[in-house]
Design a protein around this ligand. Structure first.
Ligand code: GSH
Length: 204
């Protein structure tokens, strides 16, 4: 089984962390969809990473589906609890973390591809507000707890941690540690987990 992803992609990191947490044996293949010769569009018509290419040749995308696949087949504690209400809560937290990441990607891609990216535009400010509101909700829900849902590590923590990690990598000027200081201790614990530490994206 191969997991295709660019080393800096927060969604690929989410899938890689789930893979490690669930003890799945799968080769990570660095493949940036924008590079000529990328194998990604062959496996995912949307041309996005992550993509999981199974041994039978079937490809799975996106990170939501890949994580569910690992959670079902892998060993170790469930990333998404089975009890319905708990499951829905963790899926909501996944949507929150992924949604924050979506806004960071939108902002940083816009900055990268446009020399004249104007931070005063309505669009830019709206993305920023989404990130800020999302982090405020995360901060208030986590409070003094170690994890974002219940007493155990879940998929909600993977998505939240990937969003915070991606802020560090792609939008360092945002200074979330100062603005949302309640998330600092939470993130430090998450970032110290082997699955997070070994998937730390390269700088730049
Ligand atoms: N919802 C998707 C998002 C995947 C995504 O947007 N991946 C980005 C990398 S950060 C990508 O492959 N972009 C290339 C493109 O859109 O052409 C997931 O969770 O897997």
């Amino acid at each position: 089984m191969q997991l295709l992803g660019s080393p800096g992609s927060p969604y690929a990191r989410k899938a890689r962390i789930a893979m490690l947490e669930k003890n799945m044996h799968c080769e990570f293949v660095a493949d940036r969809p924008s590079n000529p010769g990328s194998q990604v569009p062959k496996h995912n018509p949307l041309g996005k990473v992550p993509v999981l290419v199974r041994d039978d040749g079937k490809a799975l995308y996106d990170s939501v589906v890949i994580v569910e696949y690992f959670d079902h087949l892998g060993t170790g504690p469930k990333l998404v609890p089975e009890k319905f209400e708990d499951r829905i809560e963790v899926k909501r937290l996944e949507a929150l973390g992924d949604g924050i990441t979506d806004c960071i990607v939108a902002l940083t891609h816009d900055s990268r591809f446009s020399d004249t990216c104007d931070q005063n535009t309505d669009w830019y400010q709206k993305q920023l507000q989404k990130i800020e509101r999302g982090l405020a909700v995360l901060q208030s829900e986590i409070g003094a707890r170690e994890f974002c849902f219940g007493a155990a590590f879940t998929l909600g923590d993977i998505s939240a941690g990937c969003a915070l990690g991606y802020l560090d990598r792609a939008y360092a000027g945002f200074d979330w540690r100062n603005k949302f200081s309640g998330l600092k201790r939470y993130a430090e614990k998450l970032f110290a987990r082997a699955s997070f530490a070994s998937t730390l994206p390269p700088k730049g």
